[in-house]
Design a protein around this ligand. Structure first.
Ligand SMILES: C[S@@+](CC[C@H](N)C(=O)[O-])C[C@H]1O[C@@H](n2cnc3c(N)ncnc32)[C@H](O)[C@@H]1O
Length: 265
C-alpha cells in the first residue's frame, strides 16, 4: 500500500473534501431551521423555498463533523473519514475477511467513501452494505430511546437519491448493496456473511441495539466496529455498554473525535 502523497492520495483527499463539502466558497452556508421548528419556514419548505444563512466556513468544525453540511454527502467530517480509511487499509493489509457495513447512511457519503477505497485498492471480493430506512429516523420507542428527529426533513434521503449520489462518483455497481427499511426488519435476515467493518450511525438506542444484536456476531476477528454517536447520544452509548456487558466483551475503545469511537474485534 502506497501512503505517499501521489495521485491516489490526492484522489482520496479530494473525495474527503467533496464528501464533506469543504472545498467551496459556500461550504459554510447553512439552512435555517433544519429541524422544521419554525412554522413560516416550514410552510416555505413545502414550496421548496429555504432560508440560507451565508455563514463563513469553519473548517475545524467541519473536520470534526460538528455541523450539518448544506450540500455535503456525509455529516461525519474529516476525522471520521480518516478513521474509515485507516480501518479499510488495515483490514485489506491484514486480510481480515468480510464486507463493510454502515447502518444509518443518510446521503451515503461514508459508504461512497468505502466503495471508493475498495476501488482504489483494486478489491473486488468485498461488498459495501448501505442500511437505512431512506426515510429518516423512526419515532423513538420511548424517552430512553433518544431525541425525536423523525420529523426532520433534512435527515430523510430517499434510496433513489442515495443511488444517484453513488452514481455521481461513478461508484454505483454490484459491489454496493442496499438494505431499505427499519433496521429491526432488515438486519435479522440481511444476507451478509462476514463483516470486516461495521459502522453504526443510527443515533437512537434502538437503532444502535438492533445493529449490534444482528451484526456484531458477524464481525471477523481483527475487524473494526465504529460507533459514530457514542459520545453525542447518551442513548447510543447506553446501547453499546449494555450490549458489550451482556456478551462479556471488553474492547479497547479508542476515541476518533468528540463523539465517534472505534475498536478492533
Ligand atoms: C445521522 S444520519 C447518518 C449519517 C451518515 N452516516 C453520514 O455519514 O452522514 C442517521 C441515519 O440513520 C437512519 N436511521 C436511524 N435509525 C434507523 C432505523 N432504526 N432503521 C433505519 N434507518 C435508521 C436515518 O434514516 C438516517 O439516514
Amino acid at each position: 500500500m502506497n501512503n505517499s502523497y501521489d495521485s491516489v492520495g490526492r484522489y482520496i483527499d479530494l473525495l474527503k473534501k467533496v464528501l464533506t463539502a469543504s472545498i467551496y466558497d459556500e461550504s459554510g452556508w447553512a439552512v435555517k431551521d433544519p429541524n422544521n421548528k419554525n412554522a413560516v419556514l416550514n410552510q416555505l419548505k413545502k414550496k421548496n423555498l429555504y432560508l440560507v444563512e451565508a455563514k463563513v466556513f469553519n473548517e475545524a468544525e467541519r473536520a470534526e463533523g460538528r455541523d450539518w453540511p448544506l450540500f455535503g454527502y456525509t455529516m461525519a467530517g474529516h476525522q471520521r473519514l480518516d478513521n474509515v480509511q485507516l480501518c479499510v487499509e488495515q483490514v485489506i493489509k491484514n486480510n481480515i475477511p468480510g464486507d463493510f457495513v454502515e447502518t444509518g447512511s443518510w446521503r451515503g457519503g461514508m459508504t461512497i467513501f468505502m466503495r471508493a477505497l475498495l476501488d482504489v485498492y483494486g478489491v473486488s471480493d468485498r461488498f459495501v452494505w448501505v442500511a437505512d430506512s431512506f426515510e429518516g429516523l423512526p419515532v423513538p420507542a420511548d424517552e430512553n430511546d433518544g431525541l425525536d428527529l423523525s420529523q426532520v426533513d433534512y435527515l430523510k434521503v430517499s434510496l433513489e437519491q442515495v443511488k444517484a449520489n453513488f452514481e455521481k462518483f461513478n461508484l454505483l455497481d454490484d459491489q454496493v448493496k442496499f438494505l431499505k427499511g427499519w433496521f429491526a426488519d432488515t438486519l435479522p435476515t440481511a444476507p451478509i456473511k462476514d463483516i470486516a467493518i461495521l459502522r453504526l450511525d443510527g443515533d437512537l438506542y434502538s437503532s444502535t441495539m438492533d445493529s449490534l444484536e444482528n451484526l456484531y456476531p458477524k464481525v471477523s476477528k481483527g475487524g473494526f466496529v465504529i460507533v459514530d454517536d457514542y459520545n453525542s447520544w447518551p442513548a447510543c452509548k447506553r446501547a453499546v455498554t449494555e450490549y458489550l456487558a451482556a456478551h462479556s466483551i471488553i474492547p479497547d475503545i479508542q476515541k476518533i473525535d468528540w463523539t465517534a469511537v472505534y475498536w478492533q474485534v
